[in-house]
Design a protein around this ligand. Sequence first.
Ligand SMILES: [Ca+2]
Ligand SMILES: [Ca+2]
Length: 411
Amino acid sequence: MLKLLALPLAAAAALALAGPASANTYCVAAPGCSGTPAPGVQGALDAAKKHAGADTVRVGPGTFTAGAQGFHYDDPAAVNAVAVVGAGPAKTTLTTSSHDSTTVLRLAAGSLGQDLRTTVPGGLFMHGLALLGATGRNITVDGDASAGAVLTGAATLRGSQIGGNVAINVYDGGSTVLNTVATGRAIGVRVFGTSTFTRLQRLRVNASDGGNQAAAIGVQVNCGRVALEDSVVYVRNANPLGIGVDATPSQCAQGTINGVELRQSTLLGAGAGSRGVVAVSSDPTQASAVNVTNSIVRGFEHSLDREALGGIAYMQTDASNYLSQGNINTTQAGGVGTLLETAHTTVDPKFVNEGAGSYQLAPGSPLIDGGNATGLAPGESNVDKAGLPRIVDGNADGIARRDVGAFEFKP
Ligand SMILES: [Ca+2]
Ligand SMILES: [Ca+2]
């Protein structure tokens, strides 16, 4: 204390200046925004980058069009992050005049985008949103993206509606996608990960026409480890055929395991050639391992497809509901692996209204409290697809136990 008091005035003043940097707000056509008016979105982002300290850019209602660079913020320093906040996805739209290799909004690590829409003009390699370790919240991506959202470096995307030829591409592993609707023409969510878990929780995933590919795929794990939980994957109207979850190694480094933990989810398909859960490996240096737990795989010609064609492919199911007769389970050409099924059921799940798209369990469903007896796994969501508690006593026997599928029955 005495030493501090004894500091010369100049040194004391320097200490005061070294305190936390201030936060600025930049206002872009945002009525009621109290801050520094900025002439445009990119101008505001550039000003926020120049100004030391975490800033906010408020973007008002309207459509804001970037050039070939897209709107971008590329300072990954946590102390100089930016939050880009619109007036809501129905009011604030970001887009670009480019039709080639442009991302409409790109944010560096630590930054945040929320409450806005990006709409993507058609073209080559066009993306709506890139989160490089950044966070996106309540964002709509529509238009004609080759990939609606691209997540790298432990990004987080939540509460959003993402569309594209591929709706969401995830690189690196470590990213999290929550409470989001991913609608891809070819692929809903595609993961090129590492050994770090990618967490996908409470998603609605749709894939439709395959984008001229051989199949439309709900969740495709090319490499890496993925936990897909409390989600609905819908490929029922896919053309020419739909695959729910595909863990076929591709474009992985040698020795990479691609593993999927599919928990408390509901996969819906239909039609000739359709496949629910797929693990195929034809390369002895690559392994595919899928665990299907407390899940419903319904309507596919082949509920499960495990093929070790010279490679390594394991599949296990536990307390899951699917028809067996179309299952593919084969080991050839020196391949390794097995299919292990535990507590498997084939009963009709009795959805509330399957034709109308209500996949909650109706009262009396045999899958109520039909899940396994284990508690939550580390990091697992404690709520179901609807955001309501997961492990609930649904049959009044005094024992709280999981249901099978994305929705937990509430008595
Ligand atoms: Ca700043
Ligand atoms: Ca239950």
